[in-house]
Design a protein around this ligand. Structure first.
Ligand SMILES: Nc1ncnc2c1ncn2[C@@H]1O[C@H](COP(=O)(O)OP(=O)(O)O)[C@@H](O)[C@H]1O
Ligand SMILES: [Mg+2]
Length: 483
């Protein structure tokens, strides 16, 4: 797992890869697209029927591929995937947002103070959702002709003193004309104990609440308790990253008769991560990633943490892998041009470069980007295998692509031999091949069935295609085999 620092520019945590370190200089991805001279007009339309269906964000028109050598396009793509770029639509969080919005609406409508406690692992869209809820609440109150609540958004990590939060809340009560005595907390407690002329409700969104509990739990209790005073005007939404925070501080609040409603943001699943990535990329008029590359990213991130920030950073990092490849091929271009003009049988340099799909972020770029962030024991095992056993695994992966669930050893041998021949490597004989398969079986990388004739033994793959790609992508020999 990457180490994450607790402060970042806009939201809770820093990106695990260096990709997110350089903020984009432009403001709107749509603006960038329009301004790109070589870009094609948007041809993608979206059919969003049901937010929970993955298919809903698929494009219905085929987009053209992008041109990663176009600086403007490159910037637009990176910006769409940047952590600080708010997506135009937030998918996969409708239910949670509805609960929070419903709670806020009830409080505003009935002028009733109350508290909500939101928790979930980092990168699960809590902060993003709160921004949306605030906007929706204010729109709703305006349309309903209700008095608008004053809004205070605090990131608790930005408080130099935890109790500063009370001064901020106090600051919102504009009607407080006369000088009152006591600390800001005492003043608030006093104000909320008596019927006062303070009319408007205040919505407090306290993000990164974890900071308060680690620093000063009393502040946290006092904050939530403010909503229980008879004339309190506070609608408090506390947002925390630690999921066990509730266990540590809720019992005390319950004992004090102030148990906030808890809304949990669960880690994103693979399908949700894929859907969010596609939705964000749909803002672009061109296709940047191979579908399999996005899927690999979503699967790995979901299995590790479900942290959307990691998914975004890894995608940006994968783009940098493609950039590096383009740079490499450009530097080889001149050498190739010289060679091909002197030797007539060689393909032209341009033909060679064109063959290598340099206009898409492929699965091997993604695997490389992922390897910078995550490693797994299976990947380590595959990487330490002898070369021919790696080729067998690679051929297993190719052999079982599609619907095939199992095969027999004799068939797998043919795939293996074909890879060897295409790479001009002499294949092992069937006996040796069979022995190597036995070793892979013992390592749990494939499963061999029983049969008197070795060639008829059933073979079933036991490792994920992504793990194999992931492990072998760095080895030059496998570059073409993994496609
Ligand atoms: N449902 C979503 N749709 C689009 N982007 C998302 C979604 N959820 C999270 N993100 C992106 O992931 C990053 C982290 O989200 P954030 O709301 O800050 O997480 P949290 O507050 O739970 O740590 C942000 O850059 C945000 O743009
Ligand atoms: Mg957050």
């Amino acid at each position: 797992m990457p180490s994450v620092s607790s402060k970042r520019r806009f939201r809770s945590h820093a990106s695990p890869t260096p990709a997110a370190a350089s903020p984009p200089s432009r403001k709107s991805p749509r603006h960038c697209i329009a301004a790109t001279p070589n870009s094609v007009p948007p041809v993608a339309r979206r059919i969003i029927t049901d937010e929970n269906q993955i298919e809903s964000c698929e494009t219905v028109a085929v987009k053209s591929k992008w041109n990663p050598k176009d600086g403007e396009q490159l910037r637009s793509v990176k910006e769409v995937l940047h952590l600080s770029t708010a997506p135009s639509t937030i998918v996969c969080r409708k239910e949670e947002q509805d609960v929070v919005l419903g709670f806020c609406k009830g409080s505003v409508e009935h002028e009733k103070a109350g508290s909500l406690y939101i928790c979930g692992c980092p990168g699960t869209g809590k902060s993003l959702s709160m921004v949306k809820v605030k906007v929706n609440l204010l729109n709703w109150a305006t349309e309903a002709g209700l008095p608008l609540p004053d809004v205070l958004s605090v990131n608790c990590t930005s408080l130099s003193n935890t109790s500063d939060i009370f001064a901020k809340i106090l600051g919102l009560h504009k009607t407080l004309g006369k000088k009152a005595s006591g600390t800001p907390l005492q003043q608030l407690q006093n104000m909320y104990s008596h019927k006062s002329c303070t009319k408007s409700m205040i919505l407090i969104v306290a993000d990164e609440l974890d900071y308060l509990i680690t620093k000063d739990r009393a502040v946290l209790h006092d904050l939530f308790m403010l909503t229980t005073f008879p004339f309190s005007r506070c609608i408090l939404i506390g947002v925390a990253n630690a999921i066990d925070l509730a266990d540590r501080f809720l019992p005390r609040l319950t004992a004090l008769n102030c148990k906030p409603t808890v809304v949990t943001f669960r880690a994103y699943t693979k399908d949700q991560i894929l859907k969010i990535l596609k939705e964000r990329l749909n803002e672009l008029p061109y296709t940047v990633f191979q579908h399999q590359a996005l899927e690999l990213c979503a699967r790995k991130v979901a299995a590790a943490s479900g942290d959307m920030r990691n998914a975004l950073s890894i995608c940006r990092s994968a783009i940098e892998m493609l950039e590096a490849e383009i740079r490499d091929s450009a530097s080889n271009l001149n050498a190739l041009e010289e060679k091909s003009s002197s030797e007539q049988n060689l393909p032209t340099a341009l033909e060679v470069v064109n063959k290598q799909e340099l206009d898409m972020v492929r699965i091997d770029h993604m695997a490389l980007a992922l390897s910078k962030t995550y490693r797994s024991p299976v990947v380590d095992t595959i990487q330490s295998l002898p070369h021919h056993q790696q080729i067998i695994l690679c051929s297993t992966m190719k052999h079982f692509r599609g619907a095939k669930k199992d095969s027999i050893l004799g068939e797998l041998y043919k795939s293996y031999a074909a890879i060897c021949k295409s790479s001009l490597i002499p294949p092992a004989g069937i006996m040796e091949f069979s022995n190597m398969c036995r070793v892979l079986n013992d390592q749990g990388l494939i499963k061999l069935g029983q049969s008197r004739d070795d060639k008829l033994r059933r073979v079933t793959p036991k490792v994920d295609e992504g793990d194999i790609t992931f492990a072998l992508q760095g080895i030059r020999f496998f570059r073409n085999c993994l496609q």
